[in-house]
Design a protein around this ligand. Structure first.
Ligand SMILES: NC(=O)c1ccc[n+]([C@@H]2O[C@H](COP(=O)([O-])OP(=O)(O)OC[C@H]3O[C@@H](n4cnc5c(N)ncnc54)[C@H](O)[C@@H]3O)[C@@H](O)[C@H]2O)c1
Length: 457
């Protein structure tokens, strides 16, 4: 099949490369000339495990090509995927400018019957708006499909090649049969293609992300309470995650969710609710809790690095919003860095892949270390912000020797608190009892009783 993917970001590039991998002829089109020139030389603009070899192989074999000529690329297609960005507008709603721009080009440039797929995350009603714009200029029949994408950055290729399910909102048999044929190679193990109407498909994506964000904020609140009452969130997590009705995923507390999707999608769904007179109170709380949680690591540092952060040097491990990506959009590390700079600390940061991205985002005040250990030299404390594998089993002796003070604030709960204490660290993590005093100091709430209950000071 001749496929054109418009928008060659995280989603568009993965979709294009994976569809080429299954034998389709794919053109990826983007307005960003630098990105396209780089891709023609197999230089990826993002870090995504496994993607480079797909791009290289399929480009070499002539199934995948890149262009900035969006109109020409659309003219070549039987199916067009719209995968451009939908950033939040000032009022939290999804900004559809890029999507509607592409719609205009589709209407003017299509040269045969076309299936138009919205892959970008867009609010209910967007496919109808896109259809309206295309119809103004279209000379050929076209069929709208909403096909939300559920890939996770860091595991995107695997997620696309072996999806849990494929959601397809379509309203014509032609569109349903084309899409079923296109996705057949990806669901051979029996994963379902779930056909539905277009508004339901559009809503499914937001509901999925809102549910996942809700689980994270819920567990972060439970973790914060665990600290105060002397419970350990690790046990609580396993205790509830084994309940089949709950399941184990997305129950890990941490420094708050970030990335390009959860923050903007939660905002956009809440906004859709408000626009339609339906107040989504759970979602408003999810967002509020997350905004607060992003300061949790800095609060713990403030309490642990006495008497003041001013003039101290703080090491940060991890800048990406999660492991296996260099994406720093809404990363909690950015919040912590700003908090620490505001408090007068200096920062030395390490990340296995996100440093180039960090240099673009952070104008000044942060030094970048070549290695994780280098970052620790003469630092007054370490904050762990991203759960990269290389941080999971470090050489603790070496860490302690390099640090000026043996303080570790672990925003990802990577280490065993008892072991860390034995090794001579002053170790603080999220929701594991030990931190009752720190939590209380940081929030200004009395904690004497909690501290004695945990048996720790
Ligand atoms: N990143 C994810 O993990 C993820 C997962 C699922 C869904 N989504 C959704 O997919 C969409 C794309 O997200 P992303 O992370 O890939 O975005 P991105 O910002 O990485 O990429 C968007 C690309 O679109 C290009 N673009 C913008 N306007 C264009 C136009 N008029 N013509 C051609 N190209 C244009 C930009 O240059 C950019 O390369 C968003 O709606 C997002 O919510 C993202």
């Amino acid at each position: 099949m001749n496929i054109t993917v418009v928008g060659t970001g995280y989603v568009g590039l993965v979709v294009g490369a994976c569809l080429a991998e299954t034998g389709n002829d794919v053109i990826c089109a983007d307005v960003d000339e630098r990105k396209i020139e780089g891709l023609k030389r197999n230089e990826l603009p993002i870090y995504e495990p496994g993607l480079e070899s797909y791009v290289e192989r399929n480009q070499r074999d002539g199934r995948l090509s890149f262009t900035t000529d969006v109109a020409w690329a659309i003219g070549e297609a039987d199916v067009v995927f719209i995968a451009v960005g939908t950033p939040p507008d000032e009022d939290g709603s999804a900004d559809l400018r890029h999507v509607l721009d592409v719609a205009k080009t589709i209407g003017a440039s299509m040269r045969r019957e076309l299936v138009v797929v919205t892959k970008s995350t867009v609010p209910v009603g967007t496919a109808a708006k896109v259809a309206e714009v295309i119809a103004k200029h279209a000379q050929h029949p076209f069929h709208m499909v909403s096909n939300p994408e559920f890939l996770k950055e860091g595991a995107a290729v695997d997620d696309f090649m072996k999806p849990d399910r494929v959601v397809l909102g379509a309203e014509s048999d032609y569109a349903r049969s084309v899409m079923a044929e296109l996705y057949a190679p990806f669901v051979r193990t029996g994963r379902p293609i779930i056909f539905m109407d277009i508004p339901s498909a559009e809503m499914t994506k937001y509901a999925a992300n809102a549910m996942l964000a809700t689980r994270i904020s819920f567990m972060n609140e439970i973790a914060n309470l665990c600290e105060r009452v002397g419970a350990n969130v690790d046990f609580v997590r396993r205790g509830i995650g084994t309940d089949e009705r709950i399941g184990p995923s997305f129950l890990f507390p941490g420094p708050g969710y970030g990335g390009s999707c959860f923050p903007k999608d939660v905002k956009a769904l809440a906004r859709t609710g408000r626009d339609n007179g339906v107040s989504l109170e759970v979602l408003e709380a999810v967002e509020h809790v997350n905004a607060r949680q992003k300061h949790r690591v800095s609060e713990k540092l403030t309490a642990a690095v006495t008497p003041t952060l001013k003039g101290t040097r703080i090491a940060i491990w991890g800048l990406a919003f999660k492991a296996n990506t260099d994406d720093m959009r809404e990363s909690p590390a950015l919040t912590v860095i700003q908090d620490l700079l505001d408090a007068g600390a200096s920062i030395v940061a390490h990340d296995p892949v996100a440093v180039p991205e960090a240099r673009r985002r952070i104008a000044s005040g942060v030094e970048f270390a070549e290695s994780s250990y280098e970052a620790l030299r003469d630092a007054d404390a370490l904050a762990v912000m991203t759960d990269w594998n290389e941080y999971r089993h470090p050489d603790f002796e070496r860490m302690r020797t390099l640090l000026r003070r043996p303080i570790v604030v672990d925003g990802r709960n990577l280490y065993n608190p008892a072991k860390m204490e034995q090794l001579g660290f002053r170790y603080h993590s999220i929701g594991r009892g030990r931190d009752a005093a720190v939590a209380a100091d940081a929030t200004g709430l009395a904690a004497a009783t909690q501290t004695s209950r945990t048996g720790k000071s």
